[in-house]
Design a protein around this ligand. Structure first.
Ligand SMILES: Nc1ncnc2c1ncn2[C@@H]1O[C@H](COP(=O)(O)OP(=O)(O)OP(=O)(O)O)[C@@H](O)[C@H]1O
Length: 273
C-alpha cells in the first residue's frame, strides 16, 4: 500500500464513530499516583485523554510508562488518586509490549484479528454476524494486514504480527486505544505507515490514541500531544513537542538537540484534514 493511500479505509463504511465531538474527555487522571506495593513511582498525574487526541508517551526504560498503562486499564491498582471514565460504557483496548499469544497456536492472522470482536458469550458463535465479519475485514485493511490475513500467525515476522495485533485492536471499536511500543519490530516504512494509521484513527474516528514510542522524532512528527515520564527527576510533562523537548527534565536525559529542532507551535499530527 502506498503511503498516500493509508488513511483512505477510514473514510469508508467501517467508521466506528460517524459523529463524535473532538476534544470530548474520555478518561481523566486526577492526582493519580502509580506504583507497586503502595510505593509511588511518579508524582501525582493530572491528565485528560480526549476524543481525537493522539498522545505519544516517551521516556527512558523503566520510567513507568507500562505501569501507567496498566493502571489505566485496571490491571494494577493505583497507589492513590482517581481514574474517571467519561461514561461506564467507554471502552478501551490495549496492545501490550510483548504479546502473550502462544506462537504455536494454529491460528491464521484473520482469526486472531477477529478476537477483537469477541464479547461475553460470543466466542460460541464468533463468525456468525455479518457486522462482525465486516468489522474484521475493515480492521485488517486499516491495519495494512489484508495481504497477510490468510497466513498462519506463527509464520509471520514480528512486524507482521504487530500489524495483526493492530487489526485486532481496531476490530474492537474501542473509544480509547493504548499501544505499548507497537512499532518496535517494524522497519522504518512500516513504522511510519502504522503511525499514520493511528493518526487517522484519532482524527477520523475520534478515538483517543495513546502510544508508547522510543523514537522521539517519530513521536514529534505524528502525535499532537507528547507525554514525557522520568523517575529520576520525578517528572510527568504533557504538552506539544516544543514544551516537552525543551523541559529541563527532558534535556537532562536526552540533551538539547531535540529542543533546538522541535516544531514550533501547536502541532496536530501528520494527518492532513
Ligand atoms: N509487577 C511489578 N512489581 C514491582 N515492580 C514492577 C512490576 N512491574 C514492573 N516493575 C518495575 O516498575 C518500573 C517501571 O516499569 P515499567 O515497565 O512501567 O517501565 P517502562 O517505562 O514501561 O519501561 P520500558 O521502556 O523498558 O518498557 C521498573 O523498575 C520495573 O522493574
Amino acid at each position: 500500500m502506498k503511503t498516500d493511500d493509508i488513511s483512505d479505509p477510514l473514510t469508508a463504511e467501517h467508521a466506528v464513530s460517524p459523529s463524535f465531538t473532538p476534544g470530548e474527555p474520555l478518561l481523566t487522571c486526577e492526582k493519580l499516583v502509580i506504583g507497586y506495593n503502595d510505593k509511588a513511582m511518579l508524582p501525582p498525574i493530572d491528565m485528560v485523554i480526549r476524543r481525537g487526541q493522539f498522545v505519544a508517551v516517551v521516556g527512558r526504560n523503566g520510567s513507568g510508562k507500562s505501569t501507567w498503562f496498566k493502571t489505566l486499564l485496571g490491571m494494577v491498582a493505583p497507589v492513590s488518586g482517581e481514574i474517571r471514565l467519561s461514561s461506564p460504557a467507554m471502552r478501551s483496548a490495549y496492545v501490550p509490549q510483548t504479546s502473550a499469544i502462544d506462537s504455536l497456536l494454529p491460528i491464521r492472522a484473520r482469526e486472531l484479528a477477529s478476537w477483537g470482536r469477541l464479547r461475553g458469550w460470543s466466542f460460541l458463535w464468533p463468525f456468525s454476524r455479518k457486522a462482525d465479519r465486516d468489522a474484521v475485514e475493515g480492521a485488517l485493511e486499516t491495519a495494512g494486514a489484508k495481504a497477510i490475513a490468510p497466513r498462519p500467525y506463527r509464520e509471520l515476522s514480528e512486524g507482521q504480527k504487530q500489524r495483526t495485533l493492530l487489526a485486532r485492536l481496531i476490530a474492537t471499536e474501542a473509544d480509547m486505544v493504548l499501544l505499548d511500543e507497537p512499532t518496535a519490530a517494524m522497519d522504518a516504512v512500516a513504522e511510519r505507515e502504522t503511525m499514520q494509521r493511528l493518526c487517522a484513527l484519532a482524527r477520523k474516528r475520534g478515538l483517543g490514541v495513546v502510544v508508547v514510542v522510543h523514537d522521539l522524532e517519530v513521536a514529534a512528527e505524528h502525535a499532537d500531544t507528547l507525554l514525557f515520564v522520568d523517575r529520576e527527576t520525578s517528572a510527568f510533562v504533557v504538552g506539544d513537542a516544543q514544551t516537552v523537548f525543551c523541559h529541563p527534565a527532558f534535556r537532562r536525559q536526552y540533551g538539547d538537540e531535540y529542543c533546538h529542532r522541535a516544531p514550533k507551535g501547536p502541532h496536530r499530527g501528520n494527518d492532513a484534514r
